[in-house]
Design a protein around this ligand. Structure first.
Ligand SMILES: [Cu+2]
Length: 141
């Protein structure tokens, strides 16, 4: 009598195991999603600045043009113009704002010094003959 390769009836012993794996996977995925959502919400909150740095834009210069920060520090840059509209773009970051013209307020940026290095900034709005030399740098140590 030849033996059959497959049982004629009865359950596959692995059949009861698969739903348990699926349920455990779903529970794990929900926990992971909750963790991510909580972290995103924490990131969305505006952290308080450790200090405020006032920057003045005028006649193709930013003063100060060199800003030194400590690693981990969070600063608020308040940039105001003493003449026309300017732009303020920090390279390697997503920061690019318009600095309103004199008497029309300021541009405020929260900058977190998360890595060491030099972050160059420049005027990003054509403002006159010296526009291309209107630049500076943030140095994080
Ligand atoms: Cu400019």
């Amino acid at each position: 009598m030849a033996a059959r390769a497959r049982p004629r009836c009865g359950r596959n012993p692995a059949a009861g195991f698969a739903p348990a794996v699926f349920v455990l996977g779903a529970v794990f995925a929900l926990c992971a999603a909750a963790f991510v959502v909580r972290n995103v919400r924490a990131e969305d909150r505006q952290p308080e600045a450790d200090r405020v740095i006032n920057v003045v834009a005028e006649r193709f210069t930013f003063v100060p043009s060199r800003i030194r920060l400590q690693l981990g520090e969070t600063v608020e840059l308040r940039i105001r113009s003493l003449d026309t509209n300017h732009g303020f773009r920090i390279e390697k970051t997503g920061v690019n704002v318009i600095v309103p013209k004199r008497g029309k307020g300021d541009a405020r940026i929260l900058f977190r010094a998360q890595e060491r290095g030099v972050f160059r900034f420049h005027c990003s709005k054509a403002c006159g003959a010296g526009h291309t030399i209107m630049r500076g740098r943030i140095v994080v140590k």
